[in-house]
Design a binder for this molecule. Structure first.
Ligand code: ZN
Length: 241
């Protein structure tokens, strides 16, 4: 099976469409999404509709939950809060219903997904280092857990009771080892690379592959400005931060 894993699309339709076009050339069997489909970008409704159409599973992120009124707005910085309020006004009832159906935790046979971490998914803390990874490994009941939230691609490998962080574009998974994979962000990368990020898991080959695709950043930026959203949300797309 070949899985395409998307995360942190953040209402960026240009990035999502280009990513899906790229993934179409990769013989994907199933598409999954690790949350934050909305917030920051100017096309939340279209992104929710496209995710609902393409992905067989999606978990909720902090922005998705905040838009639905399930996560406290005071835990956001001012421009993130502004974009949550704007997004609430620009979502169809149909998309809202779709989002209400997204759980915090998703499992299928080979993998699990959570937006932030497994010890307290509803708190949306940040899994940043080996210590944080150890807590999530403690809750894992699948060999691979996909996460998002930081917008920075990252791998944590647990083999022979030792956890290490790996920074590789391509990973051959070791038999008996377990993995936490941060897939990075489709719609607002923050690792200094402005290209949209996504991951392909091939369960037959036992590989994880990180992909980057260039997309039409100026159009996404123009839409953010035209919508009256904070201009920093446009600027950071080309900076990749
Ligand atoms: Zn996010």
């Amino acid at each position: 099976m070949r899985f395409c894993i998307l995360s942190d699309i953040h209402g960026n339709l240009e990035a999502l469409r280009t990513t899906l076009e790229d993934a179409r050339k990769e013989n994907i069997d199933e598409y999954l999404c690790v949350g934050d489909v909305v917030g920051y970008g100017a096309d939340p409704d279209e992104c929710v509709k496209l995710v609902a159409q393409v992905c067989s599973g999606c978990v909720a992120g902090n922005h998705d939950w905040a838009v639905l009124g399930k996560f406290d707005l005071h835990r956001f910085n001012p421009f993130a809060r502004d974009s949550v309020l704007w997004t609430r006004e620009h979502l169809s009832a149909q998309s809202r219903t779709v989002m209400e159906g997204w759980p915090l935790l998703y499992r299928n046979d080979p993998l699990m997904m959570v937006h932030s971490d497994l010890q307290a998914p509803e708190e949306f803390g940040y899994l940043l280092d080996v210590g944080d990874a150890e807590l999530t490994f403690g809750w894992m009941d699948r060999p691979v857990c996909f996460i998002g939230h930081t917008h920075v691609p990252m791998i944590f490998e647990e083999a022979k009771q030792e956890i290490v962080r790996l920074d590789e574009e391509h990973l051959d998974m070791q038999p008996g080892a377990r993995y936490i994979i941060n897939v990075g962000s489709v719609g607002q990368p923050r690792d200094g690379d402005s290209r949209a990020a996504y991951v392909i898991l091939d369960t037959d080959a036992g590989t994880i592959h990180f992909k980057r695709v260039e997309y039409d950043i100026p159009t996404a930026q123009e839409k953010i400005i035209r919508a009256g959203l904070p201009s920093i949300l446009a600027d950071r797309l080309s900076a990749g931060y």
